[in-house]
Structure formats: C-alpha cells, structure tokens
Design a protein around this ligand. Sequence first.
Ligand SMILES: CC(C)(COP(=O)(O)OP(=O)(O)OC[C@H]1O[C@@H](n2cnc3c(N)ncnc32)[C@H](O)[C@@H]1OP(=O)(O)O)[C@@H](O)C(=O)NCCC(=O)NCCS
Length: 407
Amino acid sequence: MAKGNHKINKTGMTLSVKFEAVDDPEVIRFTHLQNGSTWSGEYLSREEYADREHILGQSELGQLHKSGDHIDRFEDNAKHLGIKHFVLKDLTLPETSKTSQIVASCETMNRVGWVMVPGSEEITPVLTACVGGVFTLKHHRGRGYAKKMIDQLNHMYDSLSESSDDPFLKYMTIDLYSEVDEYYSRNGFVSYHVPVYEIHQLAALETRYCDALGQANKSPVRTLGYNDYEDLVELQRQQFRKQMVEYNDGSKFLFTVKPTLETYMWFEDRDIFVSKKFHEEKPIRFGAALSDGSHIVWHHSWTSHSLYIIKVYIATGETQNADNALASLLKEAVKECHLTKLTYLEFWQDEIPPETFPVFYSTLRQVESGHNLSKVNHSLSAIRLSPSCQKYKDECLWLNNTKYCWF
Ligand SMILES: CC(C)(COP(=O)(O)OP(=O)(O)OC[C@H]1O[C@@H](n2cnc3c(N)ncnc32)[C@H](O)[C@@H]1OP(=O)(O)O)[C@@H](O)C(=O)NCCC(=O)NCCS
C-alpha cells in the first residue's frame, strides 16, 4: 500500500500522512464507531450503526470477491470486488495503539459495471468502485486530510488500472454519492444531479392514477421476497444491454452499474436491520411483479418513514402501456405503505423517466405539492474515469443513475 508521504496543505502545514487499506476488523469497527457520530441518525446508537455496517460488509455484495461465479468469470481480478476499507494516518501523531494515528477513513463498494468506449461496439464489464463513508475525525477537520485521502485512493485505483491491459481494469470507473455538494470535484470527479420526487398524496395518486390506469392489468401480482427474483433482475440486465446499444453512437463513453440480485439484497439487509427499531415482524415484501415481467423493487426507509422506489422495470416499450403497468405497480407500493405504516413514496427521476410516463407526471403535477417534485438530491452522484479514459470525461453518459446503485 501507499508509503507515508509529505505534502503542504492549504493551511501551509506539512502533512506527514500514510494511506492504508485495512482489513483488521477492530480497525474497521473503530472507523464505523467514529462515522456513527454523523450517520447513525436518531434511531440507531453508534454501536448499532457499527453492527449494521458490519452486517452489510458481510453481505453477498460486500463479499463479492468470494463469489464462485465472479471468480470463474474474472479469475484473479475477482479479488478487487466487494467492500474495501481505507484509513489515512497522520504520522506525526503518537503511535500508542493501532488506531491512534487515524485521522480519516473511507470505503469503496466494488461491483461490476458495464461500459462502451467511444468507437467500440462492445459492452465491456469493468471494475466499478463506489466510494462511501468518507469521514475525517471531528477535531482533525479542515486540514486537507479528506482531500489527501481521496487523492491517494484515486492514485491507488489509477495505478491498478494502468497496471493491466485487461479492459476490466483498464476501463474501470470510480463513482460516489456526495453529501457535501461539489467537494469531490477537487479530486477530479464530475457530478450528475438527478432530481428526487416525493409523493405524499397517496390516496389521490391511487384514485387518479393507479385505479384509473391500472385497470388494464388484471393478472395476479407476484410479491418479491428477499432473494427470489433473479429471473426479474435478468430482465433488467437484458434491458440495460439493449439500452446501451441503442445509446451508442460511437461518440460517448457509456456507463451503467450492472444490476444484480446481490445489490438489492444489500438494500434488504439494511432494511431488515433498521426495521427492528420500528416493527416486531421483519419486512417480507420487497417489491411486486406483473405477469409480463414488469416489476418494482422498493426499500423501506424506516427512518425517513418513506418507501423508496429503487427500481422500476416495464416490459413494454409503448408509452400508453408503460403508464398502465406503472399504475399497477404503484398500487402495490401504496398498499405496502399502508401495511408498513410508511407515509410517502420517494424516487429518483431517472428511475421513472418523464418521457416514458407522461400520464404519471401530469397526474403528479395535479395532486402533489410543487415543492415535493423535482427536488434537489442531497446525494449528488459523481464519476471519475480511469487514466486511459480521462479523455472522454466530458463525453460520459451515465445510464440508469438511480437509487439502486447508490452506496
Ligand atoms: C466532509 C469531510 C470528510 C471533509 O473532511 P476534511 O478533512 O475536513 O476536508 P478537507 O480539509 O480536505 O476540506 C475541507 C473542505 O471541506 C468542505 N466541507 C466540509 N463539509 C462540507 C459540506 N457539508 N458541504 C460542502 N463542503 C464541505 C469545507 O468547507 C472545506 O472547504 P474549503 O477547503 O473550501 O475551506 C468532513 O467534514 C466530514 O467527515 N464530515 C462528516 C461526514 C461527511 O459528511 N462525509 C462526506 C460524505 S459524502
């Protein structure tokens, strides 16, 4: 890992820091206990927050490097998948324990993405590192540690990318969801804002959209459990691939995170962990599907009292039918809100594109308060391309940039 190095920071002080990958569970728990001061929220203690992060780290997504399928597919490169933890140490601090010099930490959730490089007709699987948990200990803030840590993280992944001619690494991407606005633009990330919508007027939505249009779908609705809908995720993958080919005009760097059941299960693990604070029974319905394969996947966001729509897949391409199918799926989402005592629906605009669902958006404008529509997303997505793809950074099109690939 990176050696200790020196750099003058913006306050004119010399930073003597060391960036390290960590896999010691005690050190990782230390970082999560620190992070808990910002992210545990009002319902979890810092210990519970650290427990949740541990469970998510042990999930199939977090342990993707151990998946037989991925080892078969990516061989030695499979080791780069899954959750990775990092710390920044200030070497001028006394070394009295294994955590005493830590001033900042972060992690990356490394998954498979798909890219199409300009001039190519191929959809190429690539390593996609999503940065999260960027945190500087409170009394060390404002000294350039986070900037330095993300620079070092970029450098580490750039070196990995440059070390190989395998397109999986050569064309890799780093992305993140910033809670600190444009902070990461100083580390070379380019932001893409996706507006958020909230629907509080559930009764009006149900009457004027779900019941008015959903009549066309009389088929029984299938409920999605914890991990029983791989067939539906396969439909998402087929649609994403088709969409990439359609968007490819040879001039853009196209990128999307590959949808996988592991990604949805990661959301479900989070959901089930936090549900204990609100209900005795575990949640069991994580979405719904129609007989033609159209489906919706949701996340019970217990702490905000909302049902977050993380994926909508519509089997048909015809506009009228798309609205009909969405109406039936949202009826199930509204029902789930009632069953679980959640009060509103939330989604990112690109998940339900206005051009595909005109009736939905015209209904929303009639029934919902304007300030709940097209809101600023405080999770600002941003991406950074590998050294060999930097020349395409202004030509990058991030498809399906919605909550399902959030970390
Ligand atoms: C954001 C954070 C990691 C920055 O760490 P740091 O080591 O103090 O960062 P640096 O010294 O490199 O940079 C400080 C800059 O961050 C900016 N910053 C801090 N919090 C910010 C916020 N909420 N929004 C925008 N900018 C912010 C500061 O204004 C400062 O800007 P300046 O350089 O123009 O004066 C730290 O404040 C933190 O841990 N916050 C709580 C956790 C968090 O929100 N993490 C980000 C998750 S995406």
